[in-house]
Ligand binder design. Sequence first.
Ligand SMILES: Cc1cc2nc3c(=O)[nH]c(=O)nc-3n(C[C@H](O)[C@H](O)[C@H](O)COP(=O)(O)OP(=O)(O)OC[C@H]3O[C@@H](n4cnc5c(N)ncnc54)[C@H](O)[C@@H]3O)c2cc1C
Length: 450
Amino acid sequence: MTHIDIVGGGILGLSIGYRLARAGRRVRIWERAPTPGGLMGRIPLPELGIACDRYYHAILNSDRELMRLFADLGIGEDEQRLVTTKMGFFHDGRCYGMSTPLEFLSFPPLGLIDRLRLALTIVHCRRIRDWRALEQVPVERWLESLSGRRTTRAIWAPLLRAKFDSSFDDVPATYIWSRLVRMTDTRDRRSKEQMVSLRGGYMTLVERLVAAIAAAGGQVRCSATVEHVAVAGGEVVGLRIDGTEIATDHVILTLPTPLARRLLPPQAAAADHQWAQLESYLGIVCMLLVLRRSLTPYYTLNITDPRIPFTGVIETTNLIGAENMGGYHLVYLPKYVTPDSPYARLPDAELIPEFLRHLRTMFPDLRDDDIAAIRVGRERYVEPLHPVGATDRIPPVVSPVAGLYLANTTQIYPALTNGESSVRFAQQVTAEVLQAARRRRERLEMVGVG
Ligand SMILES: Cc1cc2nc3c(=O)[nH]c(=O)nc-3n(C[C@H](O)[C@H](O)[C@H](O)COP(=O)(O)OP(=O)(O)OC[C@H]3O[C@@H](n4cnc5c(N)ncnc54)[C@H](O)[C@@H]3O)c2cc1C
């Protein structure tokens, strides 16, 4: 039986590897970093004796595929805790709760009619089943037609500006539709937001996936950088990993498209051309503050003030519990960046005081000795960009080169990119790879090879 090689040991590569190994295939996963998990990995804070998530990762109680995977992997209910979380808005120098219908209806920047239209926008979104028409419409125009100009200016535009680093003219309406459906799915009967706190965070899932892959005969190799995919006669024949060539005839690349393209040889020009049709991503700069006290009662605090550079204040210990972080409180300040954003290049020594200065305009009582540690995370490829009407440019999983597959977040659309959608997409990828592999074997058998 031949191997299937997966490049990238993030949640997507591991979920695909798990499904393929369970289907009886011999799987090898190659991961460049010393530990698996990718964006869902952890960072150690040795000076405080703890390790925490590199980035914040919420699990919603409506994440059904994730829950199914937890059950499959034996992650029991005793390892999960349902927590009612709060969401707020920082507007005009003040924090406002937006967690309950009452708070929502009393949010000051909006008049009564605006609030009703905002509520109707949410109801309307939940009723839309076919998103295809939405992907032809720019999001701002669509929101204005539903929520009105004032609400779009006061609420939607600041959220979009923050998420898309100022420029959202070419963002389709599907983005807000997906976001609203996901966020309102997580409400309980009293309309309160509920999230799941998994003991050990996403790293628990990563570790169980790795163990389950090994138990099914697969391998996850870390500190292994794939440098090149070898192609001959229109099919995959090998991989070069840290200078060593290995033979293989199935390769699934789970890297962001620009990184995947760099591994392709000239013989894979047809795949390269296909993948180049949609390959823009936003990056992220995310400052993590480890505090000795809580900053806000919210999990997410959205920001409508355009002078504040970060997108929100995410206090994850309001979900995971400070007691699980050695008593420290974790606050993440993310800023999505285009490659030419000055923040993408700002050295930590300048970025940290700049972010702290803005945070202190929001929370003037934040003192230096409240801060136990600071880390800055940077990623070039995080949020794939789908411009208006670009669905046809999304590359298929099965490439024109036999045995070569692409599976990454650009193909997750119109769903938002997150653990839930990655785990669901992994099932689709597994089915497509198994089917393509079967057809290839049948073809070879017909011509008397293999
Ligand atoms: C700030 C932030 C907040 C987020 N919040 C949430 C959230 O609340 N909820 C949620 O569900 N999701 C959230 N996400 C999204 C989530 O992290 C991603 O959707 C998911 O982790 C993507 O997984 P992946 O496997 O596709 O990619 P990645 O995690 O990027 O994995 C790709 C892997 O490939 C490896 N690699 C790259 N090049 C090579 C090479 N040449 N050879 C070998 N290996 C290579 C990389 O090291 C990496 O481990 C968030 C992301 C960020 C950045």
